[in-house]
Design a protein around this ligand. Structure first.
Ligand SMILES: [Fe+2]
Length: 210
C-alpha cells in the first residue's frame, strides 16, 4: 500500500507520541482517501472527529488527537467500497505510515465488545486475515481514545451528530439487525463519558433526542 498522493510532510502532534499524524496531515490523508473512494463515509468521519474533539475538550483529553483519530478511523475505505476489509486495510495502511495509534483505532472502532463477531456487515476478507484481526483484537490494550471513537462512531451520521438510538436504528435499517449486546455497550460508553465530562454529552454535542 504505497500509493500516497500527498506526501507525509508535516510531522506529528507532539514529540512524545509519534503514532498520530498532525491535524493538517490527517485532513490531507482524508482528502486523498475521498478522491480515491468518494462517499458519505467522509462526512461521517468528519462528524466522528468533531464529536470526539468536543467531548475530549470537555473531559480533559487531547482534543486534537481525538479529532485526528476520528478523521482517520474509517480511512481504510480509501481502497474501495468495503465492509470488514475497511478495518483490516485501514489498520495496515496507518501502520505502514508509522501511525501506530491511529492504526489501533482503525482496528478497534468497529468492535465495542472487542471480538471479531462483533462486526456488523460482510466479512469480505480471507479467513487468514480474519484470524489476524481476531488475534490483534485479543492482544490489543485499549484506552479512552478507543472508547471515545467507538462512541462517536455510534452517533455520527453523514449530515449530523445524532443520539445513539437514531444512529443505531439507521445501522439496523441498512444491515437488517443490531445486536443487543453491542447496543447496550454503546449506552454504557455514553454513561462513561457523561460521568467523565460531568455532564450529558448530548448537551456538549447539541444533540436533541427525537
Ligand atoms: Fe465510522
Amino acid at each position: 500500500m504505497n500509493n500516497i498522493i500527498f506526501p507525509d510532510i508535516d510531522g506529528v502532534l507532539n514529540v512524545n507520541d509519534h503514532s498520530v499524524p498532525s491535524v493538517s496531515n490527517a485532513i490531507l490523508l482524508l482528502k486523498e482517501a475521498e478522491v480515491l473512494n468518494p462517499g458519505a463515509w467522509v462526512k461521517h468521519s468528519e462528524n466522528v472527529a468533531l464529536a470526539a474533539k468536543l467531548i475530549a475538550e470537555k473531559c480533559g483529553m487531547d482534543s486534537d488527537k481525538a479529532y485526528v483519530l476520528g478523521l482517520l478511523h474509517d480511512v481504510g475505505r480509501r481502497f474501495g467500497v468495503s465492509y470488514l476489509a475497511h478495518v483490516y486495510n485501514g489498520y495496515q495502511y496507518l501502520l505502514d505510515l508509522g501511525y501506530n495509534e491511529a492504526a489501533r483505532i482503525a482496528l478497534t472502532h468497529s468492535f465495542n465488545l472487542m471480538v471479531l463477531e462483533d462486526y456488523i456487515g460482510k466479512f469480505d476478507i480471507s479467513i487468514e486475515k480474519q484470524e489476524e484481526l481476531r488475534l490483534l483484537l485479543a492482544s490489543t490494550k485499549i484506552d479512552d481514545y478507543d472508547l471515545l471513537i467507538q462512541l462517536c462512531d455510534a452517533m455520527a451520521l453523514p449530515d449530523r451528530i445524532a443520539d445513539l438510538e437514531t444512529r443505531m436504528n439507521d445501522v439496523k435499517s441498512r444491515y437488517g439487525s443490531y445486536p443487543q449486546e453491542k447496543w447496550d455497550r454503546n449506552i454504557e460508553l455514553k454513561d462513561y463519558f457523561d460521568k467523565k465530562c460531568g455532564t450529558d454529552i448530548y448537551e456538549i454535542l447539541n444533540v436533541s433526542i427525537k
